[in-house]
Write a protein that binds this ligand. Sequence first.
Ligand code: WTA
Length: 633
Amino acid sequence: MVPKITSLSGYLHEYQRSIANPTGFWANIAETFFWRKKWDNILSWDFHKPKVEWFKGGKLNITENIFERHLFQRGEQTALIWEPNNPNEATRKYTYEELFLEVKSFANVLRNHAVKKGDRVAIYLPMVPELTIAMLACARIGAIHSVIFAGFSSNALAERIQDAEAKVLITSDGGFRGDKIINLKDTADEALAKCPTVDSNIVVKRTSQNIQWNNKIDFWWHDEMDKACEDAPSEVMDAEDPLFILYTSGSTGQPKGVLHTIGGYMIYTAYTFRNVFQYSSGDVYFCAADIGWITGHSYIVYGPLLEGATTVMFEGTPLYPTPSRYWEIINKHEVNQFYTSPTALRSLMSKGQEWIEKFNMPSLRVLGTVGEPINEEAWHWYHDHVGGNKCPIVDTWWQTETGGMMISPLAGVIPTKPAFATLPLPGIQPLIVDNEGDKLCGNSVEGNLCIKFPWPGIARTLWNNHDRYSDVYFGKYKGLFYTGDGVRRDEDGYYRILGRMDDVINVSGHRLGTAEIENAINEHPLVTESAVIGYKHEIKGKAIFAFVVCNHIPEGADDELKNSIGKGVSMMISAIARPDKILFVEGLPKTRSGKIMRRILRKIVENNGDYGDISTLLNPDIVEQIEIQYKDI
Ligand code: WTA
């Protein structure tokens, strides 16, 4: 197990040590894992190139660190508790021993489908145990998993499968979510029509609904498992071999395939999991995120299982069948640490006290949030009503690209302040720079958040696109990793994350690129061009506002057109990307070189008339026109 910091002085000491001697610090932690062969070199890095390698030459398999390492001590302990969407359906529990058997059998299924080390496997599943099993089975045989959130459309799914050139897809007949059934197989079939690299589509039976079946490539999960042998030796991997790709949105239209490698990610997720949540053996930990996003990868699957924890995986939504669902799960499984998003909290808060007041949750010790800035009201509600005034809140700031948490309190160790992610974790060296890239020293400063030294969990590249990796993260401020977030360091040296500074909108904790949404809107035959911005929303944090220029709007058909544009975006990307508001305009403010000035549109929506000098725009008059139109709605 990784070492656990238990006091503020312990944190200060470890932090200093991690900065003074980062390689020694991380090597000590790496020693607590099982390596087939020790590394040749702890760290080799250059943020200018950019290149980062941790523990290169070290040989291991991450699943041996989850299973073989723990079996002797905790083979019979529950590893995974699966809570279904419908509370009347039975919970499923897997001990470490049982989960291991499933993982090994499925590893053999993949081998039977000719999946080899380095091949990509796309996973498009709802929150069912098979999702965790499939990921770990890939890791067992050295295949690279690419999990695609089950809310994505066939178009988005196809794009991700094609980019990774996946050989196998794993999906299900359908998925339950609240009172809805999601037709995953249909969507997968549509996507697969455009994905010639996929030879096998392995289908989990979940909803038992009617589906199309293609004998050439479709295989039932349960049939394949029945045929598979239960013993699966693990592939010996290098610490720097890829573990997974996870696509995320950036400021251009193409999704980015963030790539994490095995050794560093393993060490980093395990260390941060144990320390931030102050996990102790025997605790039950519940992260309500979806495994389709990084939070689920790092803190439902890898971090907890590496540390021998009992992790809860929940299929449903916080509002189904009632807004008490989370609190019921917490009491049912006597959850000790609970981790969710500010959006979920705000939406539960808006449903009224009656859904929580009868729940006393005595087992809870630690509460966590992630994904977006938490407002003070939601923070206090969480603290008082969920935590009964007795649980520290860990507001954890991090990103898909960082692999694990970066700035966060350690529960009960670092004093918290509402809406502050507080202090950097050991090994993390944040730097705030102004727009010119000049370093802002001392306290009470605000600017762009960068990191100046590598940590083991940093993404190593973007799949098939190292140049883009170089541009996006290391191109803006030379020699620094740029996060895209704004931050304030207050008078006590505490960090408060202010939100994205780039063209990424964080809607309900989901990252969406403005360009990605605009491209989808522009696909509509009546649309000439569009500009998308985020605006403040009480529950979602940010919502999507689209300014759309059409070549023709049929008389009286505004609403119909808005609806069909919205549907188009849902189909091209996902319902989460559908604009909340659309305004048809005559033109968009642009610079003389044709760049859309989203900054001005943002100010119009914020009712802030301070546009700066607009006389140099290509079309300065359009600003006033849009302003008048906006005020009219
Ligand atoms: C935002 C999610 C404020 C931030 C783990 C970041 C946060 C983006 C916080 C990454 C937080 C995440 N406070 N903002 N505690 N945590 N963010 O890649 O803007 O889905 O850049 O990773 O979420 O989103 P991603």
